[in-house]
Design a protein around this ligand. Structure first.
Ligand code: SF4
Ligand code: FE
Length: 481
């Protein structure tokens, strides 16, 4: 690939490298200009643009430890504490320019994680992955292309190991080893920046054990390799970006990372691009390193909403095989507690109500304020727990048009499936319900409907009887007036 230096080079390279990408059930002809992708391209472009500015050179670039040449820091292997600190400073700098995800860190972290791990695999198993990886590293440092860090597998029924799934492809695997390379089948989900990248580094998604050797695969694969299909995930705000209106908020840049589901249908990878194959004992180490390198009437009405949220969350967990896990049950208990907490506030302020001179009854204002104030906090916490349990799929699920599509619908059906006996459509409907209830608008309404939290705090100041509480304390302390 021609070396990428400027934003124009990067955009042109995306135009030149033709990928199979679907957006809302339609194949994308030119990914470099698709309105759904442009904000993400603009964000990633900043990693190129800022590197050309002399004032940012020390953060955005580094000296290759292999060639001594000046390279993008996104292709650098950290050589010192200083490098690690500069990485963080660089990310902060780019965030100031985009206020959104610029995606390239995932591939950066994959390079570093694989680098460290390949060395240790060779040491233990007598393989030669490290030297191979160094050759690959020289290539990416020279060409400066964009790499996706492909870790997350669809995982199907999460209560089962890779080799015991009903469909063996729900974890990405090697289906054939040949003299010249390997053949890969499976998918990687929630792939940040995939539609505007050039290659993907697939890595195992979790620790593996004996019997899982076919799933212990690390390989760098150009995204235009035959057999690869990308299905863009539905972002919560995408129509606004596509319209190009002021409703977009962050007009120029993406929000999250433009995630896609990447399908591998018997994709051939030559050996020089394979950096782990069968060493299941190193999967856990690799995952840990990657993760470390890469890591945020109301009691009645919202209580009721949270009840549905709890139900939908439990269904989402059931459909992916995690409902039996103790930490999931515990989080559902916490969500239930928060719903009952806000509900009890509503009951309490009603029960403690009083008769007004008119004869009409009036709830206890302090407790009513307390209830609403709790809603402004607890609804966010319940949504947080729902997101925690449901997983990233809530933010990256393909469009319904992709599921119904005659050509790619089968991929969505296969890779978005959870446990046996529950259709992908059923799972998607429940996840969309949860997305709808825990998305921005519903939460903001809980925060500000019936008055903003500050207005409830003002009522605490007015109705909280602070002088009386001070007087009671003085009496107990034995201090005089
Ligand atoms: Fe980088 Fe991840 Fe932050 Fe995106 S979310 S900018 S990939 S660290
Ligand atoms: Fe991300």
């Amino acid at each position: 690939m021609k070396k990428i230096v400027t934003k124009a080079d990067y955009v042109q390279s995306l135009k030149d490298q033709k990928l199979v990408i679907y957006y809302n059930g339609k194949p994308v002809e030119d990914r470099s200009s698709h309105p759904g992708f442009v904000p993400h391209i603009n964000s990633a472009s900043k990693t190129y643009e800022l590197a050309l500015m002399p004032e940012h050179e020390d953060l955005m670039t580094a000296k290759s430890h292999l060639t001594g040449r000046k390279i993008s820091r996104f292709t650098h292997i950290h050589q010192s504490i200083d490098d690690l600190i500069r990485k963080v400073q660089m990310l902060r700098l780019i965030s100031h320019e985009t206020a959104s995800c610029y995606q390239r860190c995932v591939g950066f972290d994959a390079l570093n994680a694989v680098y460290m791990t390949a060395y240790e695999i060779d040491e233990k198993h007598g393989t030669s992955y490290f030297a191979r990886f160094e050759e690959y590293l020289k290539k990416i440092q020279e060409e400066n292309f964009m790499l996706v860090g492909g870790m997350t597998d669809p995982k199907g029924d999460r209560s089962k190991r890779p080799s015991t799934q009903a469909d063996a492809d729900l974890f990405t695997r090697v289906v054939e080893k040949r003299s010249d390379g390997v053949v890969i089948r499976g998918a990687k989900a929630h792939q940040t920046g995939a539609v505007n990248s050039h290659e993907i580094m697939i890595m195992p998604t979790q620790a593996m054990g004996p019997g899982d050797e076919d799933y212990a695969i690390v390989a760098a694969i150009p995204l235009d390799t035959p057999g690869i299909t990308l299905i863009f995930g539905r972002q919560t705000n995408e129509e606004r970006k596509v319209e190009g209106s002021i409703d977009a908020g962050n007009v120029e840049f993406g929000m999250v990372g433009g995630e896609a589901l990447v399908i591998f249908e018997d994709v051939f990878v030559p050996w020089e691009r394979v950096f782990m194959c069968g060493e299941a004992d190193f999967c856990g180490t690799l995952v840990e390193r990657f993760a470390t390198l890469h890591r945020q009437n109301y009691g009645g009405c919202k209580g009721g909403v949270v009840d549905i949220m709890v139900g939908a969350t439990a269904l989402a967990a059931q459909y992916q095989g995690t409902l039996g896990a103790s930490h999931i049950k515990d989080k559902l208990v916490e969500m239930t507690h928060l719903a009952e907490t806000v509900y009890s506030g509503s009951v309490a302020c009603s029960a403690m109500g009083s008769r007004t001179k008119s004869g009409a009854y009036y709830p206890d204002p302090l407790l009513a304020n307390c209830t609403k104030y709790n809603v402004t906090k607890h609804i966010y916490e319940t949504a947080r727990l729902a997101h925690d349990i449901a997983g990233g799929i809530l933010a990256t699920l393909p469009f319904s048009e992709d599921l119904r599509h005659p050509e790619i619908g089968r991929h969505v059906e296969k890779y978005m499936k959870g446990i046996e006996g529950v259709s992908t459509e059923t799972r998607m409907k429940v996840l969309r319900l949860l997305e709808n209830m825990t998305g921005g608008t519903a939460l903001v309404e809980s925060m500000h409907g019936a008055g903003s939290p500050q207005s409830q705090r003002v009522m605490y100041q007015r109705l909280g009887k602070l002088p009386e509480k001070m007087r009671m304390a003085k009496k107990l302390a034995g201090v005089g007036e």
